[in-house]
Write a protein that binds this ligand. Sequence first.
Ligand SMILES: C[S@@+](CC[C@H](N)C(=O)[O-])C[C@H]1O[C@@H](n2cnc3c(N)ncnc32)[C@H](O)[C@@H]1O
Length: 208
Amino acid sequence: MSALACKDPVMPSAKQATSVENQWEKELQANKSRDVWQRPSDVIDLLGDVSEYKIADIGAGTGFFSFRLLLRGASAIAIDIDPRMLEIIESFKQNLSSEMQTKLETRLALPSDAKIKKDEVDIILIINTIGYIENRIEYLKQLYEVLPDGGKILIVDFKSRQLPVEAPSLEYRVPLFQLEQDLANSGFTSIESNDAILDYQYTVLASK
Ligand SMILES: C[S@@+](CC[C@H](N)C(=O)[O-])C[C@H]1O[C@@H](n2cnc3c(N)ncnc32)[C@H](O)[C@@H]1O
């Protein structure tokens, strides 16, 4: 699965962007409906007070969650395998205060390696991306290794049923029971899933 094949239904692609302003405009339009069905604020609330934490946003795309984490006082590493996404985030970053800018880093990853150093982050977030990751258990094991004891991972993705919003084909969705099993097989504990908070998506929070 290449990054280019990841057609995000809610984020404009880099190709569509003719300028940062244009991109912002598209972003705002697209995000209006997404704010309703994905309720990013409620999703971040699942992590509690994140203001002291450094969070890796794997498959950051154009930074929908990375920027919201900054607004909660967290530091974020926006990680993606598509350099064009990171360029967009870097462009948006220029509009932030210098204090916020220092709290946001972009990082180019490989499909099989998120490039997170050991104990570098407290929390890992994977939103609308887990279905694109091949060799999921191997990948999750790597993430488990780099997290400190007590570190957390939060994964949010689409339920495996017909949905009234644009969502990836079933091929790129991971059923909740499968993901729970994969997290357990990768070493994670205290696996708490919820498929009731959001209408079209499930959330899974797990700890090291
Ligand atoms: C559907 S988008 C989600 C973007 C963002 N998380 C959001 O919720 O708006 C999926 C993103 O994951 C990236 N991606 C796909 N496979 C990846 C991998 N193995 N590691 C990191 N990023 C990946 C794609 O390049 C794309 O930007």
